[in-house]
Design a protein around this ligand. Structure first.
Ligand code: HEC
Length: 138
């Protein structure tokens, strides 16, 4: 190996190291796992809907990540009992069928899956969403 190809190799290795550091933040990895394990059965493997609504407009329904976290935690029946017959900023009718998940996941895990939905299906900015949802950006 001459000096030039050695240098090229170093640059390639350095670039590979940097790109792995810029990988998906841990909270979104957690969110993706939970979504795939639990939520996708009703909301579709690409957030395109099924028994539950499609998630492309999730940030219009929930401008606040905290409210979305509450919804995921308590589900349709908990929401109806606590807040009434409509949900979200767009006043969608509570039709039922969304289970509460507070008994199954920690608040941070629920915030992670909310952030995953906002970024991946709602097209929200990644860093801003993690901050809004109170999650680490790394
Ligand atoms: C058993 C089916 C089912 C599962 C599992 C489920 N959901 Fe839902 N989800 C629904 C239904 C049905 C609605 C609409 C509820 C209503 O009208 O009362 C809904 C609504 C929602 C909404 C509101 C979307 C909007 O814009 O109206 C969000 C966000 C959501 N679910 C997130 C999740 C997350 C996150 C998970 C996994 C942790 C999950 N859901 C698991 C059925 C499900």
């Amino acid at each position: 190996m001459n000096r030039f190809s050695g240098l090229v190799l170093l640059v390639v290795l350095a670039a590979a190291a940097c790109s792995s550091e810029a990988a998906t933040p841990g909270a979104l990895v957690t969110g993706r796992r939970i979504y795939g394990d639990v939520c996708s059965a009703c909301h579709g493997s690409a957030g395109d809907g099924g028994v539950g609504p499609a998630l492309a407009t999730v940030t219009a329904t929930w401008p606040s990540c905290a409210d979305q976290v509450t919804w995921i935690s308590i589900g349709s029946e908990g929401w109806r009992a606590g807040f009434g017959d409509t949900y979200g900023a767009t006043d969608k009718p509570v039709l039922g069928g969304m289970p509460g998940h507070a008994d199954r996941f920690t608040p941070e895990e629920i915030a992670s899956v909310a952030a995953f939905e906002r970024v991946t299906y709602g097209g929200a900015d990644e860093a801003q969403t993690l901050a809004e949802c109170g999650l680490p950006t790394g």
